[in-house]
Design a protein. Structure first.
Length: 155
């Protein structure tokens, strides 16, 4: 699946070995994509859309659930406490909620992420929590000698 942003819309190309999906091309208006949320949150949670709007679900979700590629209704909210922001996006038509918890100061580090959705009548939930960070020139850490960094990060 590939998204190309061109002239105010996304050209989405899908190649699938599932016969019912085949090879398809879809055009969707240039709106917020779920895949943009973590990066945009890091710039400033207060600028995130709230209330009702349309969103393009993540490519990962669309492929996992074999959902037709299209915009869907979203209802988002942002709450703030002394130490964090919580940005939550509900997609009622997909019976899905994604929630991001960030620190409350720039660069608004994503501390936790949760994805809840229905699968076969059962609610499924995935949660990812930041354990540790290392600030280094990561692009130079690509040899076997750098494997110790994975242990340091708890991976």
């Amino acid at each position: 699946m590939k998204f190309n942003n061109r002239n105010g819309s996304y050209d989405v190309m899908l190649h699938s070995y599932f016969q019912s999906e085949g090879d398809t091309i879809v055009t969707i208006d240039d709106i917020l994509t779920e895949n943009q949320i973590p990066a945009q949150l890091r710039l400033g949670p207060q600028a995130m859309p709230q209330g009702s709007f349309n969103i393009i679900p993540s490519a990962e979700f669309l492929r996992l659930k074999h959902v037709h590629t299209a915009a869907t209704k979203a209802i988002a909210s942002l709450t703030e406490s002394d130490s964090q922001f919580v940005y939550s996006v509900e997609m009622p038509d997909l019976n899905r909620i994604i929630t991001y918890t960030t620190s409350n100061q720039f660069p608004y580090t994503v501390m936790e992420w949760t994805d809840s959705y229905e699968d076969g009548g059962t609610m499924m939930e995935t949660t990812a929590t930041l354990k540790k960070t290392i600030q280094s020139a990561y692009w130079s850490k690509n040899s076997n000698a750098d494997e110790y960094l994975r242990k340091e990060l708890g991976l």
